[in-house]
Design a protein around this ligand. Structure first.
Ligand SMILES: [Mg+2]
Length: 216
């Protein structure tokens, strides 16, 4: 195993699922669907569920069924108090400093949101770049095209890449393309993951080879 580049998911991977960020964002998405798109409030939960199942994200569903402005959607739904929900994580900062690989954020979210989260965690200096949903040309994970764009952007071959994500479905897509995978947020083994860790800070314990490799 030779890993040249690590692609980190952002939300629920670099910070805990219990932070309240997703709940806040979900509230903003529901609000957007009702107040901006005009979907009756009572129907919003069912429509969201249908979009998630059919298209992977609410945004893809809304883009398919309504003429919405994706940029405005991203601004609206990410307008939450990140700094009140996420605290600096010195342990994560120290772990990332040990890793010689190039590191990218690979997120279905927007880059301005990723920048805020990284700043709140105090780890923004570790990343060579942020590959967000706009850079994926709105082909969100697990669409294979998103991964191809990530390989191109970073100049990495699939066999030299490690993907870290809290969603097995996103890892399964990476694995099918020949990449290595790590599940974050659950210690349970998963068929889509080469390793599983409950906390992202345990990644180097689970994959000690990562820190032993020379700079790629
Ligand atoms: Mg995630």
């Amino acid at each position: 195993m030779f890993i040249r580049t690590i692609f980190f998911d952002l939300d629920d991977t670099l910070y805990s699922k219990d932070s309240g960020v997703w709940q806040a964002m979900r509230g903003r998405i529901a609000q957007y669907m009702h107040e901006v798109v005009g979907i009756p409030e009572a129907e919003v939960p069912a429509v969201r569920e249908l979009y998630l199942k059919t298209y992977g994200t609410s945004l893809r569903g809304l883009q398919t069924h309504y003429a919405i402005d994706a940029e405005a959607y991203l601004r609206y739904t990410h307008d939450i108090a990140i700094e009140q929900l996420i605290a600096p994580n010195p342990a994560l900062d120290a772990m990332l400093a040990q890793l010689p690989q190039a590191k990218y954020i690979f997120t279905n979210s927007a880059s301005f949101h990723a920048e805020r989260v990284l700043k709140a965690l105090g780890i923004e200096q570790h990343f060579a770049g942020i590959i967000d949903v706009r850079e994926m040309q709105f082909h969100s994970k697990p669409d294979p095209l998103a991964y191809q764009l990530a390989f191109e952007r970073s100049g990495t071959a699939a066999g030299e890449a490690l993907f870290v994500d809290d969603m097995p479905v996103n890892l399964a897509a990476a694995k099918r393309l020949g990449a290595f995978t790590a599940l974050a947020g659950s210690p349970e083994p998963d068929p889509a993951a080469d390793v599983s860790v409950l906390h992202i800070e345990q990644l180097t314990e689970a994959l000690p080879a990562l820190v032993k490799l020379p700079h790629g």
